[in-house]
Ligand binder design. Structure first.
Ligand code: PLP
Length: 547
């Protein structure tokens, strides 16, 4: 009876520690996702799905066609090659489908062919196949922390250093030893392992945590991305449910109670990027239903990490900081240094190999060991053909050398203050012109919030691209600046963002009537889905095959 009661209490505790959104309930989220029917707005509805009067719809239609012509002209060659590539490149097919909410996607894809071919980079810009010089806010998925010229140097100098050895694997290039030494200093850890991607570094961290604790479960926080491996992606996107993962409410006492109460938790994964939008997935324009809200509170997040640290220490749970994204972007010592909290294991990736692919895991020896002195057959296996590739080690060496010397070290001086001031000044200007756009930032990682109520916020990405700003496929959800953006570069980007917002305003996309709320938008979309589902059900029942 006592055991039953304890089980019940733990179950209840777990339920209370889930975020109330769908993302907080992975299994349900997968079920709902598999249920959502595809339907699209036809042209008559597309421009006035928010109930706009005909003259506003006409204004939007005209602007849509004009903007489409501008894109077609400006990105002609790049778009043509992208389209050809997409026929055989699954990734491109996927990303081009998910740039805008699916109800709008068909018409948008017919009129806006994204160009995804670039030929050169310098300063803070990239040049596409058509010769357009675009301010880069893609950040190359976060790899580009110091500017592309920096990485070109790392790769070139690093390649020279390892040229004599070439692609020999198994034997280590001597630079590997230097890299291990430097990484241990930076992370304040005792051992390192090298992997080919951030995903693999996280996989290894979790595997080791399970091995050393003898426990089964991984805790991740709602919305956090840790790569695309199954156990850390229990919800939508993974065809198989993850059985041994708890997805908990970020920054909540209820989550701490679960950590205190259960005996099956091996590790807690923290992606400090979530500080910008706790409990929400990476913001992208394809999921933009109405507004978006982000806000970074450094003190609150620091306190949260301290509390997590305490509980993990008390309960023997391995605390893993997944710094694949934020490592080296916030401070030379990463999020551990920035927030002043130490983890047991830390993952790095993206930028740390000076522009080449990598994943790194650093940790205390007691968690990194893959064997036991007393039980020789009980090992924790991890390999990877390319794990210490000499060219990767060469470029990483250059990266780590430069990190603590000028001019790179100087880029970290007053970093937060500078980027917060830039964000504030842009927001002031947007507010002064009553434009319904704001930015929120975690240092150089920015996201665009929409303060008005609109079905068309996703259109903003096309105005920004026409204004010469390169965005990744998630559009205005994530803007990544490199640290080498000068005041002048930033002023130019800010001017372009303002100009694009003015045009979008002028073209009627942000027309709104008072009755429209973000909630009413969601209700309407739910109603549309139910109707589409019903229609397809009736259709399938009356088709000859089902009779
Ligand atoms: C926090 C975090 N962890 C892991 C990964 C996965 O890294 P990779 O794409 O190199 O596999 C990412 C990638 O964006 C990430 O942001």
């Amino acid at each position: 009876m006592g055991l039953l009661l304890r089980k019940l209490r733990l179950r209840l505790q777990l339920s209370r520690a889930k975020h109330r959104s769908l993302a907080g309930h992975s299994r349900l989220a997968r079920k709902v996702a598999s249920w959502v029917p595809r339907y699209e707005y036809d042209e008559a509805v597309f421009f006035r799905v928010d109930g706009a009067p005909e003259e506003v719809a006409a204004l939007r239609r005209r602007a849509f066609m004009q903007l489409s012509s501008i894109h077609a002209e400006r990105f002609k060659k790049s778009a043509a090659l992208t389209e050809e590539a997409a026929q055989g490149l699954s990734d491109l097919q996927f990303t081009s489908r998910y740039r805008v909410p699916f109800q709008f996607s068909g018409l948008v894809r017919r009129h806006f062919k994204p160009g995804a071919v670039a030929v050169s980079s310098s300063g803070v810009c990239i040049v596409d196949l058509d010769g357009n010089r675009l301010y880069d806010l893609t950040g190359s998925y976060g790899v580009n922390v110091f500017g592309y010229d920096f990485y070109k140097e790392c790769i070139a100098r690093g390649s020279e250093r390892v040229r004599d050895l070439g692609p020999v694997l198994g034997a280590y290039h001597p630079l590997t030893v230097c890299n291990v030494r430097r990484l241990l200093q930076i992370s304040a850890m005792q051992e390192v392992s090298f992997h080919m991607s951030g995903t693999e570094a996280v996989m290894q961290a979790v595997r080791l945590a399970r091995y050393h604790t003898g426990r089964s479960h991984v805790v991740r926080f709602c919305g956090a991305y840790h790569g695309w491996w199954g156990d850390v992606q229990p919800g939508v996107g993974n065809p198989q449910p993850a059985r041994d993962t708890y997805t908990l409410n970020d920054m909540s006492g209820a989550a701490l109670r679960v950590l205190r109460g259960r005996r099956d938790i091996a590790c807690v994964l923290v992606n400090p990027l979530q500080a910008l939008h706790p409990n929400r997935g990476a913001p992208g324009d394809s999921t933009l239903l109405g507004g978006r809200r982000a806000h970074f509170d450094r003190d609150a997040y620091t306190e949260w990490l301290q509390r997590l640290r305490e509980v993990c220490t008390a309960r023997g749970i391995v605390l893993i900081f997944d710094e694949v994204f934020v490592g080296f972007r916030l401070a030379p010592g990463g999020a551990q240094e920035y927030f002043g909290v130490r983890a047991d294991l830390v993952t790095y990736g993206k930028t740390v190999a000076g522009g080449l692919p990598v994943g790194v895991l650093c940790g205390q020896s007691r968690f990194m060991r893959r064997f036991r002195e007393d039980r020789p057959a009980d090992i924790c296996f991890a390999r990877g053909t390319f794990n210490c590739h000499p060219y990767v080690m060469g470029a990483m060496h250059e990266f780590l050398l430069r990190l603590t010397s000028e001019p790179i070290a100087g880029l970290y001086q007053g970093l937060d203050a500078a980027w917060n001031a830039r964000a504030r000044s842009l927001n002031d200007r947007l507010a002064a012109e009553a434009l319904p756009v704001r930015v929120a930032n975690l240092c150089t990682i920015w996201t665009i919030d929409y303060v008005g109520v609109s079905r068309y916020n996703w259109m903003f990405q096309y105005y920004l691209r026409a204004a010469g700003i390169a965005l990744s496929w998630v559009g205005t959800g994530r803007l990544i600046f490199s640290l080498n953006y000068s005041d002048q570069d930033f002023a130019e980007v800010a001017a372009r963002i303002l100009a694009a917002a003015r045009e979008m305003q002028r073209d009627g996309w942000w027309w709104s009537e008072p009755r429209l709320t973000n909630q009413s938008i969601r209700r309407r979309v739910l109603g549309e889905m139910l109707q589409a589902r019903w229609t397809s059900l009736i259709g399938s029942m009356s088709s000859p095959r089902s009779r």
